[in-house]
Ligand binder design. Structure first.
Ligand SMILES: [Zn+2]
Length: 118
């Protein structure tokens, strides 16, 4: 399996049954983009386009997705940005360092919440 570093895009009305490797399919009608995982594992990556999930930018030539694509639920744990049809790899979730400690105000807030009311 080799990591892909670029994607082509294709605007479609209907999502094809079999996704070609290296193609980001965008269905405006279904507000969804999908592609086959860029690590080459072949898993289908669905990125719904809506204000709570992903947003897509089409600059007339290439597509960017925001935020990053993180395939936490896949074995490959792939994590990358799609920027202007380029795939920018990020450390996988497995490699990534454990989450930073919460900021102090959050810790204080949690500590306060943990005190039972009297
Ligand atoms: Zn993968």
């Amino acid at each position: 399996m080799s990591r892909r570093t670029a994607l082509d895009h294709e605007f479609v009305h209907h999502i094809p049954e079999h996704l070609a490797d290296g193609v980001l399919y965008v269905s405006v009608a279904f507000a969804t983009a999908l592609h086959s995982c860029c690590c080459g594992c072949g898993r289908e990556v669905v990125t719904p386009l809506n204000p709570n999930d992903w947003s897509m930018t089409f600059d007339g030539e290439s597509i960017s997705l925001c935020p990053s694509v993180g395939n936490r639920s896949f074995e490959c744990q792939s994590h990358y940005y799609v920027r202007r049809n380029k795939v920018i790899w990020l450390p996988s979730f497995a490699e990534a360092k454990p989450a930073r400690r919460l900021p102090l105000w959050r810790r204080v807030a949690q500590w306060r919440l943990s005190i039972p009311w009297r």
